[in-house]
Write a protein that binds this ligand. Structure first.
Ligand code: ATP
Ligand code: MG
Ligand code: MG
Ligand code: MG
Length: 469
């Protein structure tokens, strides 16, 4: 049974054997794109090659790219612990053609890797295409001999890729694996498609057109290919598992989590271990790439992920900080492929220990308050926004942490009253600041105050961490 480390290598070697340059992962903080919160796909580091703004000495590349989808346009944070296939941090395996090969070769290469190199049963594979892309349908029939009912035409932009309103864009084809009728879920395009039976493993994007602001399109001179396959998803199926969290790498992290909390890895606490294992990865990789917990932007996304994990550790009965004790297991599993993890190990451990020590001072009291307030609610009633705001302001509970806690109880938060409590707080803070008559920019003062811990739980800064930075 191949390990995730071996599968990553097989992928890169396969494409290297087909003339692709192996290019290292770029950092999680995009270097060339201030509009992106985190790197969320393999193509990010190649953006300028697709538009022709930049050229390099290769026209085919392959990567295993670190990705985080926990903020900005791509956010899978709320899926973690609930689906078998989503992580906040994952590795996207990709092959790219910059004006070199196009549709037919991309499909041939993908099919060859899956069915020959990896030996996946072709009868378990099905694909989606963009509904107008007859060319892709014909290629799938020719290359893979797929019957009509396993080539599903989709009309939504799930199967049409574009980076924005203008620029390169084109149809895509997604390859799915059927984990079998014992798992709940339906094929893509069906009402049950969000189940875990049919799992999207690979997305092939055909960059075919250039879109203009007046809505017209032309064929690109240099048509290109961008693909992405989740290592954890292909790993699960190659290891005969139906769930990413049952792969070798995740098992090692889950067992470490069980060990440091003195709990059973597979008992009722399993969902907590999954969340902890996932968040340990995103947290550690973000810190290794230079993000530190803070009250705004990327730093606040990191803080939210860390605190969510810490609440789950608390639910497992951990009496002391535990997250930092899991870092060695992660370095053991992933340190060879990503040496930056080992290099940053002590920074990661210190940051986790610090944050967990601070948060634990208020976590228990906050959870107690939350329980008391929930007990007062009538059936089906959401938690008032004022209470969620108090948890945020006084106890350091990010809104999504409170929502995560309530989801287990089948409740939500009144976000309207939460937002107005927040707006009121901000207005007061700004007003009192202006009144002090200083010239410095308020935002700078708040940053300084944050660095010195004066406003530990007061997120004065823009909390719209969901938006792009
Ligand atoms: P899904 O529909 O399952 O959410 P997606 O269409 O959003 O996936 P893409 O943007 O096409 O995903 O990314 C390319 C590949 O990366 C996917 O086919 C999948 O294998 C993997 N992937 C995407 N999001 C995640 C995630 N949150 N965790 C793990 N793997 C992911
Ligand atoms: Mg998605
Ligand atoms: Mg999809
Ligand atoms: Mg996709």
């Amino acid at each position: 049974m191949p390990s995730l480390n071996e599968i990553r290598s097989t992928f890169l070697r396969y494409f290297e054997g087909h003339g692709h340059a192996i290019v290292p992962s770029s950092p999680l903080i995009p270097r060339n794109d201030p509009t992106l919160m985190f790197t969320a796909a393999g193509m990010v580091q190649f953006k300028n090659l697709f538009t022709g703004v930049e050229t390099r000495d290769y026209s085919r590349a392959t990567t295993a790219q670190k990705c985080v989808r926990a903020g900005g346009k791509h956010n899978d944070l709320d899926n973690v612990g609930y689906t078998a296939r989503h992580h906040t941090f994952f590795e996207m395996l990709g092959n790219f053609s910059f004006g070199d090969y196009f549709k037919e070769e991309a499909i041939t290469l993908a099919w060859g890797l899956l069915t020959k190199e990896f030996g996946i049963d072709p009868d378990r594979l099905l694909v989606t295409v963009f509904h107008t892309d007859e060319e892709a349908v014909e290629i799938w029939k020719k290359v893979a001999d797929l019957p009509d009912d396993r080539i599903i035409r989709i009309a939504t932009d799930d199967n049409f890729w574009s980076a924005g309103p203008t620029g390169p864009c084109g149809p895509c084809t997604e390859i799915f694996y059927d984990h079998g009728p014992e798992i709940w879920g339906g094929p893509p395009g069906s009402p049950e498609e969000d189940g875990d039976r049919f799992i999207e493993i690979w997305n092939l994007v055909f960059m075919q057109y250039e879109q203009f602001s007046d809505g017209t399109r032309r064929d690109l001179d240099a048509q290109s290919i961008d693909t992405g396959m989740g290592l954890e998803r292909i790993g699960a199926l190659l290891q005969g598992k139906h769930d990413n969290y049952d792969t070798d790498l995740f098992r090692a992290l889950i067992e470490a989590s069980a060990q440091v909390t003195g709990t059973d890895p597979d008992g009722d606490g399993n969902v907590h271990h999954r969340v902890i294992a996932d968040h340990l990865r995103s947290t550690s990789f973000l810190i290794a790439d230079g993000v530190l917990p803070g009250n705004e932007g990327r730093g606040y996304v990191l803080r939210r992920i860390m605190r969510r994990a810490m609440r789950h550790a608390h639910l497992l009965g951990a009496a002391d900080p535990v997250m930092h004790r899991l870092v060695p297991a992660l370095v053991q599993e992933m340190g060879q492929a990503y040496p930056e993890l080992g290099q940053a190990q002590s920074v990661i451990e210190d940051t986790l220990l610090n944050e967990e020590t601070r948060f634990r001072r208020t976590l228990e009291r906050g959870l107690k308050l939350l329980d008391e307030e929930v007990a007062k609610l009538s059936e089906g009633q959401d938690l008032p926004g004022e209470t969620a705001f108090k948890l945020y302001d006084t106890f350091g509970f990010p809104l999504d942490l409170t929502q995560d806690a309530l989801r287990e109880k089948g409740r939500g938060v009144n976000t309207e009253t939460f937002d107005s409590a927040m707006a009121e707080q901000k207005a007061k803070a700004r007003a009192s600041w202006v009144g002090s008559g200083e010239q410095a920019d308020a935002a700078i003062w708040f940053d300084v105050a944050d660095a010195h811990g004066l406003t530990e739980f007061l997120g004065y800064d823009d909390l719209s961490a969901e938006g792009e930075v």
